[in-house]
Design a protein around this ligand. Structure first.
Ligand code: SAH
Length: 303
């Protein structure tokens, strides 16, 4: 059953589009079927856009969808299997200049987003989607942006940490990039999301890496990082911190890079480079809207 609601578009970048920036926007999602590229059996999902917004999670009632971006309508423009639709999503991100890296497009084509969204949720629409527990899977353009910012720190053999790993989508992408000699670690504080993210990864092209052990997902408070596999070449934080947690800075390798949204209502996606002498170079990539990096209780209460 689909419940009507509106959500804050978390995991989202504000695009500079005169007239469209910060516009309240709503759309309708009509059920259809898609196929995860790694699973033989199709699962039901949604798609197609028009004029009011439906989501499957009743716990996300009464939130507002904010912002807008040029990709909302892209789902309408292709047809075919889930594999082709995932590829078409990546091609649209390339077309709009969001993805410029060949490696990132290969990885996003290989890891089918349909394996990671809840049943009944449209996998290829460029928007964040509710995943329960007041959390969202970030929009494809945000995943692409973060992968590109971290690309040089996700070479084979490197160590990557994904804080607030949610559905496991980015952790799976990281694992593919660092390969079996590397290490991709997800940390998520909602145990149910850790369980479902592992099931998602098992359906995806990253399943062998999970089995071999170079990819793992853990229940924990991401503000403390995950010291076991530190130091990390790449750290991604998928929730907005009021300030950059010291533990994450400590677990970043010299030469390493962290991408982290910082702020409360107004948030910037910060890129933190740790220099060889241990000093930090920090710059803002773009304005964003993410769920808070907070305690489990605060999140479940709705902050
Ligand atoms: N990047 C993920 C999820 C983004 S939503 C994806 O795209 O699928 C942000 C996630 O951060 C949520 O799953 C939320 O539960 C988690 N989170 C928030 N605060 C946290 C904390 N202190 N420690 C670990 N995870 C946290």
């Amino acid at each position: 059953m689909i419940h009507q609601c509106a959500v804050i578009a978390y995991g989202f970048r504000y695009y500079y589009m005169p007239g469209l920036k910060h516009i309240l926007s709503t759309f309708t999602l009509i059920p259809h079927r898609h196929r995860c590229s790694y699973l033989p059996s199709p699962s039901p999902s949604l798609v197609s856009l028009s004029s009011s917004f439906h989501l499957p999670n009743p716990d996300n009632l009464s939130r507002f969808l904010t912002g807008n971006c040029p990709f909302f309508k892209m789902e309408r423009s292709w047809s075919g299997s889930g594999v082709n639709k995932n590829k078409a999503m990546v091609e649209h991100l390339q077309h709009y200049g969001v993805i410029t890296s060949k490696k990132v497009s290969e990885v996003m084509e290989t890891i089918d987003r349909a394996c990671f969204v809840p049943d009944g949720t449209p996998p290829y629409v460029d928007s964040p989607m509710a995943i329960g527990y007041n959390a969202t899977i970030s929009a494809p353009h945000m995943h692409a942006t973060c992968l590109q910012l971290l690309e040089e720190n996700l070479k084979p053999g490197m160590h990557a940490l994904d804080i607030g790993s949610g559905t496991g989508y980015l952790t799976a992408c990281f694992a593919l990039m660092v390969g079996p000699q590397g290490r991709a670690v997800g940390v998520e504080h909602i145990p149910e999301l850790v369980v479902s993210s592992i099931q998602n990864i098992e359906k995806s092209a990253a399943a062998p890496l999970l089995k071999e052990g170079s990819l793992s997902v853990h229940v924990g408070d991401g503000r403390k990082g995950w010291p076991e596999f530190a130091p990390y070449d790449a750290i991604h934080v998928g929730a907005a911190a009021p300030e950059i947690p010291q533990a994450l800075i400590d677990q970043l390798k010299p030469g390493g890079r962290m991408v982290i949204p910082v702020g409360n209502i107004f948030q910037d996606l910060k890129v933190v480079d740790k220099n060889q002498d241990g000093s930090l170079s920090i710059w803002s990539e773009t304005s964003v809207r993410y769920v808070p990096l907070t305690s489990r209780d605060a999140q479940l209460r709705g902050w």
